[in-house]
Each structure stands twice: as structure tokens, then as C-alpha cells.
Design a protein around this ligand. Structure first.
Ligand code: DX5
Ligand code: ZN
Length: 219
């Protein structure tokens, strides 16, 4: 298996100095920058729009892993692509035609991801898995950082890993929510190869980012 990718969620960064924070996690060893976009409708929180993504783009060359928790999502895809997203991940509940949404993301030249909420079944990936580049398993209910990892999602990760391996296509399997040095190895053992971590990356402040990221890798 390829080494695990670490994607710090800037939701836990200091929003008063986001550019500096992105540069700090880049230097500290982040593989991707995870950007949580929330609309106060699909999830009960408001965060970042395409203008902020665009403003952050010059601060790092690392891929922007943009997680859209907005509904309806389709009308914002072009803006996030233009702002510098590399991967755009959507929830199947965020529009009437998720297959069309995925085709739209790919037509923009971006990698396409599907995110499954804790109660969204693996079968939702039927007819979609072969079209996408990434599956994002939510191990908390989306909306906030700092929540506890939901154990049942380990079974879901295992089931999706089996499907990806059966398909034989290099699809990233990323886990998001409550990932820390204790839950990370369990998610990896279940088959995850990318980890989102907000609280566990940013805890302690900039002096700790590198050590925090190494701990998530199990180093
Ligand atoms: C939750 C977001 C996550 C969140 C993770 O809705 O999608 O990316 O920031 O935060 P932690 O790592 O603190 O659980
Ligand atoms: Zn996220």
C-alpha cells in the first residue's frame, strides 16, 4: 500500500492568519490542504467560500482537497475550480443528480470525490465508484471540528476498500472526523490511505504541527 496522505483541515486553523497557517502546515509535512466549505443549510455551520480558496492558492503548491458541504452544490463547482481546487468532493444528498455533478467536476479538469455521511450506505457508491477519484468517509456528522470518531465507520472503510480493490482503479480512500494518533492507525488498518485531521494537526500551535503530522503517520 502507498504511504498514507495527511490532509490537515484548516477549519481548525487561526482564521485571522490563514495564509500563514497554510504555509506552516505545508512546511510541517502536509500532503494535501483540506478545505471545509459549509453553507449553514446542508450543515449547521458557515465557513469558507471560493474567494478565500483563491486567496490561499498562492501560499502553497500542495493540492487543495476541497470538501463541499453545500446544497445545492452544482452552481458553485465552476467557482471552486477556478479558485484553485484540485479535488472537489461532494455529498450525494447535495443535489438531485450526483452522477451529473461528478461529470461536471471532471469536465472542469478536477479530481472528483464523493463523501458519505455516517448513515449514508456504501451502496450509494454503486454506478459512481468507477467515475470518481476519491471516496471521503465521514467519521463524524459534518459541520464541526473536534467531534469524536464514530466507530461504525471502520466497517464502512473496510467495505469500500474491498470495492476499490475489486475495481482495480487507484481511488483514494480518505477519512474525515475525529482522526487522531489513536484512531488513525485503526482507519489505516481498515483500508484508508488518506486522513483528514483538524484538531489533531493544529493542537498546540505552530511549534507542534510537524510533530502532530508525524504522529498521525504513526512515526
Ligand atoms: C467536519 C469536517 C472535518 C473537520 C475535521 O464537518 O468535514 O474536515 O474539520 O475536524 P477534526 O479533525 O477536528 O474532527
Ligand atoms: Zn472535511
Amino acid at each position: 500500500a502507498s504511504p498514507v496522505r495527511i490532509a490537515p483541515s484548516i477549519l481548525s486553523a487561526d482564521f485571522a492568519k490563514l495564509g500563514e497557517e497554510v504555509r506552516a502546515i505545508d512546511t510541517a509535512g502536509a500532503d494535501w490542504i483540506h478545505i471545509d466549505v459549509m453553507d449553514g443549510h446542508f450543515v449547521p455551520n458557515l465557513t469558507i467560500g471560493p474567494g478565500v480558496v483563491k486567496a490561499l492558492r498562492p501560499h502553497t503548491d500542495k493540492p487543495f482537497d476541497v470538501h463541499l458541504m453545500i446544497s445545492p452544490v452544482d452552481s458553485f463547482l465552476d467557482d471552486f475550480a477556478a479558485a484553485g481546487a484540485d479535488t472537489i468532493t461532494v455529498h450525494p444528498e447535495a443535489g438531485a443528480h450526483v452522477h451529473r455533478t461528478i461529470q461536471h467536476i471532471k469536465s472542469l479538469g478536477k479530481r472528483a470525490g464523493i463523501s458519505l455521511n455516517p448513515a449514508t450506505p456504501v451502496e450509494t457508491l454503486d454506478y459512481l465508484l468507477e467515475e470518481i477519484d476519491l471516496v471521503l468517509v465521514m467519521s463524524v456528522n459534518p459541520g464541526f471540528g473536534g467531534q469524536s470518531f464514530i466507530e461504525s465507520q471502520l466497517r464502512k472503510i473496510e467495505a469500500i476498500r474491498a470495492r476499490i480493490d475489486a475495481l482495480g482503479k487507484p481511488i483514494d480512500l480518505e477519512v474525515d472526523g475525529g482522526v487522531d494518533a489513536e484512531t488513525a492507525p485503526r482507519a489505516i488498518a481498515a483500508g484508508a490511505d488518506a486522513l483528514v485531521a483538524g484538531t489533531a494537526t493544529f493542537r498546540g500551535g505552530p511549534d507542534f504541527y510537524a510533530a502532530n503530522i508525524r504522529a498521525l503517520r504513526g512515526e
